[in-house]
Design a protein around this ligand. Structure first.
Ligand code: GLN
Length: 248
């Protein structure tokens, strides 16, 4: 398949890759870029590291990965300082994917014992590190964004509770999701997604990757976008393998 690129490049901002990059999260960025290139759509990745200036004025997709509690504490100050930019970007239809630690930081905060890590408050979600065991394992959810179940891998101590203004990304079919009890997984606001699913998530869920790319291109062009289909044989097989293993 051609990797020639043409047209305006999709600009992907990868936030704090040096700190927030668990369980292959960087693969989500590689997947987004490659799915654009396969279709002849240009794509560029900008890595935004701690201390770098933040400017989302020409960004099409923001990606934030997961990290340890310590790493979340290291980035939370800068992320919260960018709150106004993040709010206006998402209100304007900007596309954002945040995984696990990144998801927790987009909520109101993360209570770790007596210490509270302040979040951006973009999602009506709040997280507490529970006394119970970490929530670990493969997971499958159903989501209105995709026909295929979304599959991934979760490993988190935090339990996230959604408030009345939050819309979950999906419903847990197998696994734990936001808190292991509510049956909800992730949160969605406009075109911003927070989710506990690592994997990396997007290579095994090509419909979700294309949902993000389509929304980004629609915002850029102001027109409805229908992406050229890709064969996705390996991607669908990977999704099916996780579902078979989970019995979903
Ligand atoms: N540190 C967070 C937790 O354990 C997030 C972990 C992650 O990103 N996998 O809940």
């Amino acid at each position: 398949m051609s990797e020639q690129s043409s047209g305006p490049a999709v600009r992907i901002a990868h936030l704090y890759p040096e700190l927030l990059n668990l369980y292959g999260d960087r693969g989500n960025v590689i997947c987004l870029k490659q799915r654009c290139l396969w279709r002849g759509i240009g794509a560029e990745v900008e890595e935004v590291r701690l201390g770098d200036p933040i400017d989302f004025s020409s960004t099409d997709i923001i990606f934030i990965g997961g990290g340890s509690d310590r790493e979340e504490e290291l980035v939370c100050g800068e992320l919260v300082a960018a709150r106004d930019q993040l709010f206006s970007y998402v209100e304007d239809g900007g596309v954002l994917l945040a995984v696990c630690g990144g998801y927790q930081l987009l909520g109101k905060g993360y209570l770790i014992g007596d210490e509270r890590v302040e979040g951006v408050g973009l999602l009506d979600a709040d997280t507490t590190r529970g006394e119970g065991p970490r929530l670990v394992g493969d997971v499958a959810i159903s989501s209105p964004l995709c026909e295929m179940p979304i599959v991934g891998y979760e490993n988190h101590a935090g339990r996230t509770t959604l408030g009345p203004d939050a819309v979950p990304l999906g419903t847990v079919l197998k696994g734990h999701g936001n808190d292991g009890v509510s049956g909800s997984e992730g949160a969605l606001r406009n075109h911003a997604i927070g989710t506990y699913l690592h994997g990396p998530l997007l290579p095994k869920n090509p419909q979700l990757a294309d949902w993000l790319i389509s929304r980004a291109l629609e915002r850029r062009t102001g027109k409805p976008v229908k992406l050229a289909p890709l064969p996705d044989e390996e991607e669908r097989a990977a999704n099916a393998a996780v579902r078979a293993h989970l019995g979903v």
